[in-house]
Design a protein around this ligand. Structure first.
Ligand code: AP5
Length: 216
């Protein structure tokens, strides 16, 4: 099963991905995570994209499409993929279609996570992430047992460079510029299912499972 997640910054794409990894054994492809790793490792790609990411601007379609092509051709997933944060533009969606065809893959469902902007502001400003195991916490909704320390591996949690109000404003504006036509693109292919992402995580998982079970 191949699942594509569309939603505003901070809506919970990463959180839902972790649920899908644990419960459905899907392989997670997050363009944001791949880019952040490149920035941390100061690779050529990382140096190229850091400025865009810190500002909350989109990285070029060309770079993103190249990353996905490389990632998908490297290793095959036996249970399927979660595409988290890709595609974000219609250009990316069209290029993705041909990559999928080349690799004989297809998307089974496009989950659109709907939420109001004021909710994501609190989710983003409260987010803390583990640099080692990537567990996502939130100081308002799901804090770790010890402040700023990962429950699972004991590492100090970090706040992302782009998790500030200025970057978030830009990320939200990029999202609202592209989302309608991207969702329309997948609506035409009859792949879209909406999830009310203003609910608690547990309530969302129930909605999610209902959708995925309905695909079988
Ligand atoms: P990316 O890393 O994809 O960031 P994003 O889209 O802004 O999304 P986030 O990762 O911030 O949020 P999320 O939806 O995963 O939320 P999370 O689950 O963490 O991209 C970063 C940057 O990379 C982009 O700005 C761009 O520069 C570049 N980029 C990436 N892909 C690109 C592409 N395709 N094209 C061009 N550029 C690209 O949850 C957030 C918080 O809320 C957490 O604390 C979590 O615990 C909490 N939470 C989640 N769900 C709930 C709930 N139901 N109730 C309460 N709290 C909740």
């Amino acid at each position: 099963m191949n699942v594509l997640l569309i939603g505003a910054p901070g809506v919970g794409k990463g959180t839902i991905s972790r649920y899908l990894i644990s419960n459905y054994g899907l392989d997670h492809i997050s363009t944001g995570d791949i880019l952040r790793e490149a920035v941390v490792n100061k690779t050529e790609l990382g140096l190229k994209v850091k400025e865009y990411m810190d500002k909350g601007a989109l990285v070029s379609d060309e770079i993103i499409i190249g990353i996905i092509r490389e990632r998908l051709s490297k290793c095959k997933s036996s249970n399927g993929y979660i595409f988290d944060g890709f595609p974000r533009t219609n250009t990316q969606a069209i290029a993705f279609e041909s990559i999928l065809k080349e690799l004989n893959l297809k998307i089974d469902v496009v989950l659109v996570l709907d939420v109001e902007d004021d909710i994501v502001i609190k989710r983003i400003t409260g987010r803390r992430t583990c640099p080692k195991c990537n567990t996502i916490y939130n100081i308002y909704y799901s804090s770790p047992k010890t402040q700023n320390v990962c429950d699972k591996c004991g590492c100090e949690l970090f706040t992302r460079n782009d998790d500030n109000l200025e970057s978030l404003k830009k990320r939200l504006s990029e999202y609202h510029t592209n989302a309608d036509s991207l969702i329309h693109y997948y609506d035409e292919l009859k792949l879209v299912k909406h999830i009310d992402a203003s609910k608690t995580r547990e309530e969302e998982y129930v909605l999610l499972v209902k959708i995925l079970e309905g695909l079988k």
